[in-house]
Design a protein around this ligand. Structure first.
Ligand code: ASP
Length: 605
């Protein structure tokens, strides 16, 4: 991966306008002798002797040093137009760290276009230490910084590469509405009250899902959109209320057709951001991902894979291991750096993640104090409950050597995988900008993620239009156990342990769809009320179709090596959903409420 956030100012274009002949960052020795006009913001001013001052003038392409009359009143962030002559910097004052560092502007005529108050935080790398709320309140200042300029421009390049890749594959860009009826993505809707129909509400789209499927019925054949989606769910570093997706749908297409088309888009995005050419993206089934990495979005930048030990304990005398699914990971060379209190913390974390406990074992050279495990010794509070064969088996299966620490979890399969998967990340996950870009398709997701104990109805893992796996259709008639085994034709794209997006082959036949609705406990009336228009459309000849969507904000963040998507969004919301810049969300005037036919309840205290 390329250097994460170093702004590239290699060859900024001159971009002349009526007010400037060159951009600040464009000036080089080849321009010496030319009279040029540059426009921008004052980055820094330094007095130079009695009569002169150096002003660093900055625009999005870089900075140029201008030698101005010391009496000129210009301060930080004033907006200037400076006309001067490009000359070489005197011997010994060349700045090799600056693209324009060999030249400066002399004989400057300075025109103040705007005065500026001192900015509330420094507009350089020190801003990264500033309270994010302050940065967001003055985002227009934050955006002037090199890093933010770099991020925004990289994002634009990535979007444009994706658009080009989709265009090039015959996808048609179609805009879908923002004021709609609810979409079934499983999150809470944002709703908009209707003025003309008081008491009725539009929902903002959680995705263009239903419309893209309607496009297929409408013969569009290949649809795409760089779409805004709105989901009212808890925010995190990789989640915003409103986010952007590359959304796509294809007719007469298989799962593999979709994966191929999206791979082309993702490869174009990667190349635009980092210059890196990615080859084919490997596939892994959901079950294998869970078994080996304890996650449906495995971070395969590092190994520390889960090793199954269940059969080793088939006849164990240790109660905690009886009848459980047992897996383990080995943290190489970690014994010395892992204190007892860290082990206690990890055990507490494992319990928080749902495990009954966590077994740890320090691996020591044979002969040291501890339970003999053949070639090595395992030092652990539970070693005394295990047989020599079991201990030797653990060390051998994990390939554990002196200095390693092994961790074991015994629970049902889901929980064992889940807890060890989280522990693996906690122990081994590299920083976001290290370890390269490891894309992965996770395929064959289960159709249902659970069965609701109260209703006995299965809970869909994706949306309810997802086609079951052809080989598993018969299992739909079974009980809970069978239902949980049904695979779907749904797939996720994962990058470095982040879920970038998901998609599926859709159900295009009314009878199959009705069967799934029945299973999910969605009544005919409810289905008709929620998605009646889609079901109606399907009655008029629906082509088999499949699609996908991935989060652009997440992709851009990872390609730029940052772990907070707010860094790649021009005007994001805070973690609590507010916008410190515009003060949204805000109260509205009583008259507006009247017009919408709304009354506010007294606030709960
Ligand atoms: N609409 C789905 C989502 O936004 C993706 C898809 O199935 O195409 O997650």
């Amino acid at each position: 991966m390329s250097e994460p956030t170093a702004p590239s100012k290699a060859h900024p274009a001159p971009m002349p306008t009526a007010m400037r002949s060159h951009t600040c960052g464009a000036l080089r020795p080849e321009h010496v002798g030319l009279t040029v006009s540059v426009c921008g913001w004052v980055g820094r001013r330094r007095e130079h002797g009695e009569h002169l001052a150096f002003v660093d003038l900055r625009d999005h392409t870089g900075v140029v040093q201008c030698v101005v009359d010391g009496t000129v009143d210009v301060r930080s962030e004033y907006v200037l137009r400076i006309t001067g002559t490009v000359r070489p910097r005197p011997e010994g004052t060349v700045n090799p760290n600056l693209a324009t560092g060999e030249v400066e502007l002399a004989d400057c005529e300075v025109e103040v276009l705007s005065v500026a108050e001192p900015p509330p935080f420094p507009l350089d790398d020190r801003a990264a230490e500033v309270d994010e709320i302050l940065r967001l309140r003055h985002r227009y200042l934050d955006l002037r910084r090199d890093t933010m300029q770099h991020n925004l421009r990289a994002r634009a390049r990535i979007s444009s590469a994706i658009r080009g890749a989709m265009d090039g594959q015959g996808f048609v860009e179609v805009e879908t509405p923002m004021l709609i009826a609810s979409t079934p993505e499983g999150a809470r809707d944002f709703v908009v009250p209707s003025r003309l129909k008081p008491g009725s509400f539009y929902a903002l789209p959680q995705s263009p899902q239903l419309f893209k499927q309607l496009c297929m019925v409408g013969g569009v054949d290949r649809y795409f959109q760089i779409a805004r989606c709105m989901r009212d769910e808890d925010l995190r570093a990789d989640r915003q209320f409103e986010f952007t997706q590359l959304d796509a749908e294809m007719s007469f297409a298989s799962q593999q057709d979709v994966l191929d088309a999206i791979t082309v888009a993702v490869a174009a995005a990667t190349e635009a951001a980092t210059g890196e050419v990615i080859g084919e993206i490997p596939h892994m089934t959901w079950r294998e991902a869970m078994d080996r990495y304890g996650s449906d979005k495995p971070d395969v930048r590092f190994a520390m894979e889960l090793v199954d030990l269940t059969d080793l304990f088939a006849d164990t005398g240790f109660n905690a291991f009886k009848g459980a699914d047992i897996k383990a990971i080995c943290h190489k060379d970690a014994s010395e750096s892992t204190s007892r209190s860290r082990l206690d913390d990890l055990t507490a974390a494992a319990k928080r993640w749902g495990a009954k406990g966590l077994v740890w074992m320090r691996v020591e050279a044979a002969g040291d104090d501890g339970a003999n495990a053949g070639t090595v010794t395992l030092n652990s509070p539970v070693a005394k409950f295990l047989s020599a064969g079991e201990l030797a088996g653990i060390a051998e299966r994990l390939g554990a050597g002196p200095g390693d620490v092994c961790f074991l979890v015994a629970d049902d399969w889901h929980r064992t995988c889940h807890v060890l998967g989280l522990l693996r990340l906690e122990l081994g996950r590299p920083p976001v900008n290290e370890g390269g870009l490891q894309f992965l398709w996770v395929v064959d997701f289960p159709l249902f993620e659970d069965v609701d104990e109260a209703t006995g109805k299965p809970v869909p893992a994706h949306h309810p239009f997802t086609m079951p796996h052809v080989d598993d259709v018969d299992l739909l008639d079974g009980g809970t156990e069978e239902l949980l085994q049904v695979r779907s034709q749904a797939y996720d794209l994962v990058l470095n342990g982040w879920e970038l997006g998901s998609g599926s082959v859709r159900i295009h036949r009314g009878d199959v769809q009705q069967r799934i609705f029945d299973l999910l406990g969605i009544s005919v009336e409810e289905a008709q009320a929620k998605f009646g228009f889609l079901l109606d459309a399907f009655r008029y000849g629906a082509p088999p179709h499949a699609g996908f969507a991935f989060g652009l904000d997440r992709l851009v963040a990872l390609l730029l090596g940052v772990d907070n998507i707010r860094e790649v969004i021009a005007f994001p919301k805070t973690q609590s959903g507010g916008d410190p810049l515009t003060s949204a969300p805000a109260e509205i005037a009583p008259a507006q409420l009247d017009e919408l036919g709304l009354r506010l309840l007294p606030r709960a205290t």
